[in-house]
Design a protein around this ligand. Structure first.
Ligand code: TRP
Ligand code: ZN
Length: 885
């Protein structure tokens, strides 16, 4: 395997960046496609930087070089060297043409990077994945994002085996070759970096639709999938059209080719890929139908379709200078995708979902051994930096800046950013510079956020002075040390806030020293940009309850010593939907502390009482109620502990829900469940989705206090479910409750969905949620199921990922068997797919804070894995990071 036993362990550093000595203005590629071997001819039109003397050096990994010629002359062996994944060529000049012919082996490529086969040899199809550095597995090239070239691509293949031939760009002819083969050519008029190259070839079916852009250009939208899946592409097509329209309206951005192709594959390392004109999707994020997809999956399809489409501007037209700038395209595109989803669905619910994800995935990363800045300073393997920090925290940074500029200011800034950098490879400085310049504002202080790892902690203290009727809010910030960054600087933290009186009404704000125009508003933003700052509000007639960080205005951990009654007041009355939920989360976390410490039940009582009251409030949205009734997850709760015992966290969280269910009452829960069940439909609108969400939550609460009833209801729900959402919810309650009915339901599910890989993934994943004591044995049993394979990333994540990430109690078994099992499988998986292995290995995150027994067991498993010879650069970097921080 080409990227195993890699000699280069020296890290790549941002500070070492140099502009390329050689560029490629145009590349002509020709593929003779075959499943076992494919031959690739490339002609590079070379440009030399007159100020640099470096010899021509091209990246190439695992390539069998068949021929090489410079300016039409075959090169003697003495004129080139191919070693350590670099081809060095003598004699090239500015304007030279280098022609190489190489052979690659798609079917043997299990790493799913470069050109590979998806599916079986008989029925599968060929495709490419080039981001971040996959193009070098296809041909010799300066494989870095600041080398932008025009692409002309010719595909040649057997017509029967590969009736469909696709590449990025506009179609530029096709025809027969005789001997049963045919050809097709594509020309991309927009210069692009190599990571955006893509081709697809095989027996695919399609659906298509014409789209007219705002300025009247006609674009053909085509979605491709294997025959058994083509019927499930309609929802993605609608989502694509909505995304295109939204980007025109919200950002004035239109699509810029005559065709836009989208392809679904079951064999993919990540979610999807924004290749220019030829997006490729993990089928999980493209296919959707009510019988096999849940509501959450529908929303994920809409979001990922939008995300990849939005990359056409934020990523493709304006790309990244180097991979350290990855968040320039990913953070920005996640932000755009979140805005879009908020517009298409419910904005507060979207915000709750995004912040919950940030806390579950990014905060632990930022607090663990792999913590890194949104713009890392160095990496060994770039694929390890497609992280929650670069994506999700990166999006929060864009949101903060956008919030500072306001709607119109941000749009003005984005227009300037796109026009200044169109067709170029840009940096985060270019981004903040354009946003600032368009608004006569200096945004460079926000660069500190990009350079510093760790989640800032903000403490808030309020003091009410009755004599002067002033309320002084003192805010301070502190970012804990992270590996290799012991000392942190203060960062600018926008805190959006409001003050509530004791009746739950918002007060007009008069900030001392404020200008008259903003004075009197009931909500405003203050920026904490030093270690500590005090803000004085005047004309405050009684001690207020502050609502801070509204809408989660900055990605920080807020510490504020609210009394339980104050949080309960915000939970009842806050008009900021996010902060209302947030007050409930804070209260639930304190209720958790009550249960742990056993000293008082003040927060527990306040939380249960407030939610029991809201449960009876018929004006409340079902989906929001479902979220309010969900306490922070086990991972988030564990983040608050100094020493973690995952089983104890699990038990306490169960008790928390039990207390809540008891307070609401069995009768009230069952009545609500029955009412929701009576309204069961197949519709996808927000109200129907909200009903299903609440129905599931209520059933889970019933299961906490009356398992027998819950299992009876769940069995009925399973048998009669019209949608996957209801079916899977019921199955999950049966499995998690170890119900006797679970067995039959699982057998039925397996039969029914045997031919549907995405549904089968759910079958694997739901069983990893068994209670802690039994799950390791179940994982072992599931591994020997005929449907399991280490070769398919979705299947690996459905089994090992769900187990190790979403069932902390079951993964962190006290006897250490979970750690041993994961470490062994990681080693096997690494030989097949290093990217997927490295990502899965991050499940060990947090091991340092485990209680002593588990700590020792986890360390032993990690050390053993680290000592294995021949680990990929990918896995090695993660495992060594786990060891040493
Ligand atoms: N750029 C892709 C996105 O939209 C991420 C991605 C897809 C990726 N496939 C990959 C990154 C393979 C690394 C390797 O987010
Ligand atoms: Zn992306």
């Amino acid at each position: 395997m080409s990227n195993r036993n890699d000699a280069s362990t020296t890290p790549i550093r941002l500070s070492d960046y140099r502009a390329p000595a050689w560029r490629v203005s145009a590349i002509e590629l020709a593929f003779d496609l075959g499943i076992d071997t494919t031959e690739v001819t490339s002609k590079l039109h070379l440009r030399r930087d007159p100020d640099q003397q470096a010899p021509l050096r091209l990246d190439g990994e695992g390539l069998e070089l068949l021929s090489i010629a410079l300016d039409g002359q075959p090169l003697p062996e003495s004129a080139w060297r191919y070693a350590n994944q670099v081809l060095e060529v003598d004699g090239a000049r500015d304007g030279s043409l280098l022609e190489t012919r190489v052979r690659v082996q798609p079917a043997a490529n299990t790493a799913l990077e470069g050109l590979y086969l998806s599916g079986s040899r008989e029925a599968g199809f060929l495709l490419t994945q080039c981001e971040a550095e996959g193009f070098r597995h296809i041909t010799f090239f300066p494989d870095r994002p600041d080398v932008l070239a025009s692409y002309t691509v010719t595909l040649r293949a057997d017509r029967d085996r590969f009736p469909v031939l696709l590449a990025g760009g506009n179609p530029d002819g096709h025809g027969e070759l005789g001997d049963g083969r045919h050809w097709a050519r594509f020309v991309d008029p927009h210069p692009k970096p190599s990571y955006l190259f893509a081709l697809v070839a095989g027996r695919l079916q399609h659906i298509e639709r014409n789209y007219i852009t705002g300025s009247g250009r006609k674009v053909q939208l085509v979605i491709w999938a294997e025959p058994d899946a083509i019927g499930r592409c309609g929802y993605a097509m609608d989502a694509l059209e909505r995304s295109m329209r939204w980007d025109e309206e919200a950002y004035g951005r239109e699509y810029d080719l005559d065709v836009f192709h989208v392809v679904a594959t079951h064999d993919f390392n990540m979610g999807a890929m924004e290749n220019k004109g030829l997006n490729i999707f993990n089928a999980k994020y493209l296919l959707a139908d009510p019988d096999s997809s849940t509501d959450d999956e529908y929303r994920a399809v809409e979001a990922v379709v939008a995300h990849e489409y939005f990359h056409n501007w934020s990523g493709n037209r304006v790309t990244c200078r180097d991979w350290f700038q990855l968040s320039l395209k990913e953070g920005l595109t996640v932000f755009r995708e979140q805005q879009f989803s908020a517009d298409m669905n419910s904005a507060p619910l979207k915000r709750i979902e995004d912040v919950a994800l940030l806390r579950r995935a990014q905060f632990p990363e930022d607090a663990g051994p792999l913590a890194h800045p949104v713009r890392p300073a160095q990496y060994s393997e770039i694929n390890n930096f497609y992280t929650a920090t670069v994506y999700e925290k990166g999006s929060e940074l864009v949101r903060m800046v956008a919030g500072r500029l306001g709607r119109e200011g941000f749009r003005r800034g984005m227009d300037l950013y796109f026009s200044r950098n169109d067709g170029h490879a840009a940096t985060l400085e270019d981004f903040l510079g354009a946003l600032g310049d368009a608004n006569q504002m200096d945004l460079m202080p926000y660069l500190a956020w990009y350079a510093q790892a760790g989640t800032p902690r903000v403490s808030a203290r309020g003091h009410y002075d009755a004599a002067h009727r002033t309320y002084t809010l003192t805010l301070s910030q502190h970012t804990p040390a992270t590996p290799s960054q012991p000392h942190k600087q203060p960062v600018p933290i926008p805190v959006k806030l409001a003050l509530f009186d004791r009746d739950g009404r918002m007060l007009p704000l008069h900030l001392a020293g404020d200008n008259a125009t903003a004075s009197g508003d009931s909500e405003r933003v203050v920026v904490l940009d030093r270690t500590e700052q005090a803000f004085v509000f005047q004309h405050v007639h009684a001690a207020p309850v502050p609502s801070l960080l509204r809408g989660f205005s900055a990605p920080v951990i807020l510490e504020c010593d609210y009394a339980p009654g104050e949080l309960a007041l915000l939970l009842r009355h806050d008009v900021d939907g996010f902060n209302r939920w947030e007050a409930g989360q804070q209260l639930a976390a304190r209720a958790f502390d009550n249960l742990r410490d056993g000293k008082t039940t003040d927060s527990l009582d306040a939380w249960c009482d407030a939610l029991a009251a809201l449960f009876g409030d018929s004006t409340l949205d079902d989906a929001l109620l479902a979220d309010l009734l969900t306490p922070p997850g086990e991972i988030e709760l564990a983040e608050r502990e100094r020493v973690v015992d995952p089983s104890h966290v699990h038990v306490l969280r169960q008790q928390l829900q039990e207390q809540l269910a008891l307070r609401i009452g069995r009768e009230a829960l069952q009545q609500r469940y029955d009412a929701l069940l009576a309204h069961t439909t197949l519709e996808l609108d927000a109200i129907s989705q909200g009903r299903r969400r609440l129905k599931r939550r209520v059933l889970e609460l019933i299961a906490r206090i009356d398992p027998w009833t819950a299992h009876t209801l769940a069995t009925l729900q399973y048998d009669n479910a019209p949608s996957m959402t209801d079916r899977l919810a019921a199955l999950s309650v049966l499995v998690r409750g170890n119900a006797p009915q679970a067995r039959a339901a699982l057998l039925h599910f397996r039969e029914r969905y045997a031919d549907n890989p995405l549904a089968m993934d759910k079958w694997f994943s739901v069983q990893t949620q068994l209670p802690g004591e039994t799950v390791v044995e179940r994982v072992l049993a599931l591994e020997s199921d005929g449907a399991f394979t280490l070769k398919n990333p979705n299947r690996v994540n459905a089994l090992f990922g769900s187990w190790a990430r979403s069932n902390p109690d079951g993964f962190h078994r006290a006897d250490g068997s979970g750690y041993q099992l994961l470490a062994q499988r990681l080693q096997q998986l690494d030989a097949i797919n290093p990217q997927v292995a490295a990502r899965l290995a991050t499940a060990f995150n947090g091991w340092q804070r485990l209680e002593p027994g588990r700590h020792a067991a986890a360390r032993a498993a990690i050390d053993t894995l680290a000592s294995r010879p021949g680990l990929s650069r990918n896995l090695r970097e993660i495992v060594q990071g786990m060891q040493h921080g």
